[in-house]
Design a binder for this molecule. Structure first.
Ligand code: AMP
Length: 288
């Protein structure tokens, strides 16, 4: 595996790979099995796998955890290499943002006004800005995103469709700990009690799924049931939503593909989780 630290050398490398298909996995590092499942898919479906690690300041709010976001470049490089990443792109902030963003700003619209976008104003504007830059630098054929960040996946799909990037966006199923907690770089910040409580997220989502399978069509009933379970934790509920997927619109009666999504704030970490279901309540595990 080759580590690439500048935009210029990443571009030169991509140029030299002219006829190869490139699968791209953008990350913020502190790698875990969730990231690696994206790499695994990318390896199967492309000649070359490029992973980026960049903690993008533009997608963090002023009171968010940009400074405290866990980072371990050396460990990440070992893991990425072991799992078959061909090129690991780790640009500096100065190289990615050599000039202040003063003349051009990318803006997400209604799709970002719900869920994490509502709790984190400007977050998805930062995400689409950095991804546009990364897509222009890496020039991938296929990009891989986790369904754990389902709103991000929907936003990226819109970005690629509406701005005509010649890129396939593939959504990969959420990887979980054995007890169901979705793997996340932020899980290291949970206390023992919070780690216990965090199980309520996935459990409550699966309970919501069961209600749909049992014939419940009302989002309000499902949300109430989930709320009861999340209220029993030490965390503070940020949101519980049942929306259409991928458009993320309100739904009266469940009769199309939906997402049930939750976010809970613990002391040092805000956790999110979701499941995407057919109208009959069956889990959807890959999005093309
Ligand atoms: P991050 O480093 O948190 O920005 O994540 C980089 C990519 O890995 C994103 O596409 C995430 O959706 C994906 N990802 C993070 N956690 C998981 C997980 N538990 N399962 C699958 N994909 C994940």
């Amino acid at each position: 595996m080759q580590i690439i630290k500048t935009v210029k050398s990443m571009r030169d490398t991509v140029h030299s790979l002219a006829n190869k298909t490139i699968g791209f996995v953008p990350t913020m590092g502190f790698l875990h099995e969730g990231h690696l499942s994206l790499v695994e898919k990318a390896k199967k479906e492309n000649d070359i796998v490029v992973m980026s690690i960049f903690v993008n300041p533009l997608q963090f709010g002023p009171n968010e955890d940009f400074d405290d976001y866990p980072r371990d470049e050396k460990r990440d490089a070992q893991i990425a290499s072991k799992h078959g990443v061909d090129y690991l792109f780790i640009p500096s902030t100065e190289d990615m943002y050599p000039t202040k963003v003063t003349n051009i700003k990318m803006k997400t619209l209604h799709i970002a006004n719900v869920l994490c976008g509502r709790s984190r104003p400007g977050h998805f504007d930062g995400v689409i800005t950095v991804l546009t830059k990364l897509f222009n630098i890496v020039n991938p054929h296929n990009v891989y995103f986790g369904m754990k960040d389902a709103q991000q996946l929907a936003v990226v799909k819109s970005l690629v469709t509406e701005l005509n990037f010649p890129i396939n966006v593939i959504g990969v199923n959420t990887v979980r700990e054995e007890d169901g907690l979705a793997k996340s770089s932020r899980n290291v910040y949970l206390s023992d009690q919070e780690r216990q409580d965090s199980l309520a997220l996935y459990k409550s989502l699966r309970h919501g799924q069961k209600l749909i399978i049992d014939g419940i069509k009302s989002p309000a009933t499902i949300k109430d049931n989930i709320k009861e379970k999340l209220n029993a934790t030490t965390g503070e509920i940020d949101y519980i939503e049942v929306l259409t997927y991928p458009n993320l619109e309100e739904v009266q009666d469940i009769n199309e593909t939906i997402i049930i999504a939750v976010a809970v704030r613990f002391n040092e970490a805000r956790l999110i989780d979701n499941i995407i279901l057919t109208k009959d309540g069956q889990l959807i595990e890959r999005i093309n």
